[in-house]
Write a protein that binds this ligand. Sequence first.
Ligand code: MN3
Length: 199
Amino acid sequence: MAFTLAPLPYSYEALSAAISTDIMRLHHDKHHQSYVDKLNMALGDYPDGSKTSLEQLLSTLDSAPQNIRTALRNFGGGHYNHQLFWQIMSPNGGGQPGGELGEALMAKYGSFQAFVDAFSDAAGKLFGSGWVWLADDLTIIPMQNQDNPLMSAGAAPLMGLDVWEHAYYLDYANRRDEYIKKWWDVVDWQAISERYPSR
Ligand code: MN3
């Protein structure tokens, strides 16, 4: 059973407050599609990998055959990360989380704004291509390439921000900080709160 690319949960222009239609088309239809295609190609030599979930696959990379481990990490990570990215954004995003997640972020970072500042700072400083993650223990984890916390920290990501140049360069050129600042306006706290495990 091959992995497939789901359509965006909103229109291509829906996030244009922060991300243009052109970027959304390119990012979803070309970049994300290419991760899916290359993941399926790598799994052609490893049928067992297709029998498990993507989460399981990325949590147990060490047990995958060595000759495709890097491909699974890059393309499996690429597929998982972008799937999550589309899900945690919304044209009705922005604001701040309420409920359990809101309280927990407040308790850990002192204020919601302090959390936003720390996350934005990590995203601005990440060298090269990568993602900044909020893991389910509420730590902020910057990672290179298509790595995510499932692979190393054994933690599930609640949300992540793609800071690869392909995610913003058409709109913002080299002004990554501006992209990060605008991005908060499309963050879907409802969707992220639903991922937060109740304790
Ligand atoms: Mn990307």
